[in-house]
Design a protein around this ligand. Structure first.
Ligand SMILES: Nc1ncnc2c1ncn2[C@@H]1O[C@H](COP(=O)(O)OP(=O)(O)OP(=O)(O)O)[C@@H](O)[C@H]1O
Length: 257
């Protein structure tokens, strides 16, 4: 699905990402974890072609990512950014409809509107239709934008890519889990998701593999059991921790302190 060889991104003399080599398969849910400033958002921005990285290879679905046409790529790949525009002068369902902009010229058709309704239902934002965006809570805004990115990838194309930068911010526990289930539903259909997460235990429970970033390089890219060891996590985060096992999933649980 994605092959990256020797990807670097630097600002002036400082490498924010250095010698990134990675191969990601279709159907994987990958969590990107690591301390503040490790390069997680920067890496996701590279995957979303938002910043001018250098790479010896970056293929997406066996094609050079740069060979995709501008109007073609949004049907294959969508990105949810950490910071949404503060002032949006649209009604809430119109914000979700933005996800359909790649599909119509002037007016949305009935199927676009149905897709919007469907994702507002799935993200439990339907009741917010008549409320003003500015007055929504942080978690409600977050769920609205999640609906927008899912709406963007609602099509018959196979092996799509979803990039999510801290999608669980501001969400209560139930909505965090519901959102992860929506992401899992997406990857279960042979699509791929890369998700920046701070909660290692949620990452451990849901992700097939973790990318542990540290100081702009990949410390380890592997299954949660391999990545989440006491020594590695306390060293990378510079904080003591102990390791447990989830009583149901058997995945590792990290307790800090
Ligand atoms: N445009 C830029 N110019 C200079 N430095 C930058 C730029 N963008 C990011 N950085 C720096 O690069 C490093 C990585 O930033 P990034 O936002 O990718 O980290 P992160 O792992 O997502 O962190 P966090 O967990 O805090 O969100 C940080 O030290 C940040 O200050």
């Amino acid at each position: 699905m994605i092959q990256i060889h020797d990807l670097n991104f630097r600002v002036k003399d400082r490498f924010l990402l250095k010698t990134i080599d990675i191969e990601i398969k279709k159907g994987e849910l990958i969590a990107i974890v690591g301390p503040n400033g490790a390069g997680k958002s920067t890496f996701l921005s590279c995957l979303g072609s938002e910043i001018p990285y250098q790479a010896k290879q970056f293929s997406f679905k066996n094609k050079d990512i740069k060979s995709y046409k501008k109007d073609e790529i949004p049907l294959h790949r969508a990105k949810f950014s950490q910071h949404q525009s503060a002032e949006i002068n649209l009604k809430n369902d119109e914000i979700v409809l933005m996800g359909r902009y790649p599909y119509f010229k002037n007016d949305a058709d009935i199927s676009d509107k149905e897709i919007v309704q469907n994702w507002m239902q799935k993200t439990e934002t339907q009741h917010l239709i008549d409320r003003e965006y500015e007055q929504l809570s942080g978690g409600e805004k977050q769920r609205l934008h999640l609906a927008r990115v899912f709406t963007q990838l609602e099509n018959t194309i196979e092996n799509k890519l979803l990039l999510l930068d801290e999608p669980l911010n501001n969400l209560d526990v139930a909505h965090q889990f519901k959102t992860l289930h929506l992401i899992k539903e997406f990857t279960n259909k042979n699509n791929t998701a890369l998700v920046v997460l701070h909660d290692l235990n949620i990452a451990s429970q849901f992700a097939d593999r973790l990318i542990l970033l540290n100081k702009g390089t990949i410390e380890l890219f592997d299954e949660p059991q391999k990545v989440l060891t006491q020594e590695r996590i306390s060293r990378v985060y510079q904080y003591p921790c102990i390791l447990h096992q989830h009583p149901v999933t058997n995945q590792p649980i990290i307790l800090f302190g």
